[in-house]
Design a protein around this ligand. Structure first.
Ligand SMILES: Cc1ncc(COP(=O)(O)O)c(C=O)c1O
Length: 390
């Protein structure tokens, strides 16, 4: 039986495709954004403890364990210097930020609504808007800094704009939004009903002494925003799929209407373990220095290999222009060849554009052990030599 696809143009995500190719070729996988090291031992030990305890194996409360939500509230207030969000009415634990993204879009977007997406963008945003009958309206970020062009955003806003999606630190570029950006956006949204979805899953990965600016710190935007975070990113535990959404009570109520039918609740032992770690240690304070050291190591290792590296201020990605190595090759072809011939898998940045716009950029993920980054760089060096010979 043939099914008329709701997303006929959507295939398997590029991250999965490149990861499969990496496995087939025995390549080092710098494509998909996950660490090749374990979460902190305190966290895995806490999980083992809770998973091995009687009474921890049934549904958690729909909105998340109260203890975990209370700790998220305290952490948020301490980190951003904002009033503590109410755990009862403003915080919802979700199955990763992915579920929160889906639930927010399902709760807010109606057929015919427009959603502004700044591109390049995480590949989920556009298709999930379309599944709700919404129309993604894409506004390109300005290269090479991946800054929003607020004039273009202003021009794209219409009375149908239900939502604007923000992502800072930004995947794939690592660019950060600033307090000025938030002021500008807030000015544009005055007297509109447009909501904000702020994807801040990389909130703890910011470099060179810069702070992460959260939409929560901007009262006018926070009043109309869903702000997302991911414990998967913060604790090197992407496979646990635990994230959360902070939003004012009226927005949270709508989010929960969907969440209760989408996953209902998030696995109990993982929530307990995360609560234990949040209660006892501020492990995430070490993250900026930890990932900055990896960025600097990898940037140093790649020097002289023929890539033009773009600066990265946050998240755990590094963009590279490869024109000197392959002047006429598309980014998809180059990424695939790099995987096969160099044994290093990367993501072509065109995958982050709805129309496959090719800027001649690939994305490396540097959330890897130092040995992995060293081995990847050695392979890339060999590849460069082979290019020069051929
Ligand atoms: C920008 C962005 N948003 C959301 C997610 C999904 O987060 P989670 O793994 O918590 O579902 C990712 C994961 O790569 C991401 O890069």
């Amino acid at each position: 039986m043939l099914l008329d696809s709701k997303l006929p143009d959507v295939g398997t995500s590029i991250f999965t495709v490149m990861t499969q190719l990496a496995t087939e070729c025995g390549a080092i996988n710098l494509a998909q954004g996950f660490p090749d090291f374990d979460p902190p031992a305190t966290l895995t030990e806490a999980l083992a403890r809770h998973a091995g305890t009687s009474g921890q194996h049934q549904y958690a409360p729909m909105a998340g364990l109260p203890r975990l939500r209370e700790l998220i509230s305290q952490k948020t207030a301490a980190q951003y210097g904002v009033p503590a969000p109410d755990p009862a009415t403003e915080i919802t634990v979700t199955s990763g930020a992915t579920e929160a993204l889906y639930a927010v879009l399902a709760a807010t977007v109606r057929p015919g609504d427009e959603v502004l997406i700044l591109e390049p963008a995480y590949d989920l945003y556009g298709p999930v808007v379309r599944l709700q009958g919404g129309r993604p309206v894409y506004v390109p970020l300005l290269l090479p800094d991946f800054r929003p062009d607020w004039d273009q955003v202003a021009a794209a806003l219409t009375p149908r704009t239900r939502l604007i999606m923000l992502n800072s630190p930004h995947n794939p570029s690592g660019a950060l939004l600033t307090a000025n950006d938030f002021d500008t956006l807030a000015g544009l949204l005055v007297n509109t009903d447009t909501l904000v979805l702020s994807d801040e899953v990389y909130e703890h990965m910011v470099f060179d002494g810069q702070p992460h600016r959260s939409v929560l710190q901007h009262p006018a935007l926070a009043a109309r925003a869903f702000v997302l975070s991911s414990f998967g990113k913060t604790y090197h535990a992407t496979g646990w799929k635990v994230g959360y959404c902070i939003a004012p009570p009226a927005l949270t109520a709508e989010l929960r209407r969907v969440h209760q039918f989408l996953t209902f609740s998030v696995n109990t032992p993982a929530q307990q373990a995360l609560a234990d770690v949040l209660a006892t240690a501020d492990l995430y304070h070490a993250l900026p220095a930890f990932y900055q050291a990896k960025r600097d190591l990898f940037v140093g290792l790649l020097a002289g290999i023929g890539f033009e590296l773009l600066p990265t201020a946050g998240a755990y990605f590094l963009l590279a222009r490869y024109v000197a190595l392959a002047p006429h090759e598309s980014d998809v072809a180059f990424a695939q060849r790099l995987t096969r011939e160099a044994g290093v898998a990367v993501v072509p940045v065109s995958a982050f554009y709805h129309d496959g716009r090719d800027e001649g950029l690939i994305r490396f993920c540097f959330a890897k052990r130092d040995e992995t980054l060293q081995e990847a760089a050695a392979r890339l060096q060999q590849f460069q030599k082979s290019q020069l010979r051929s």
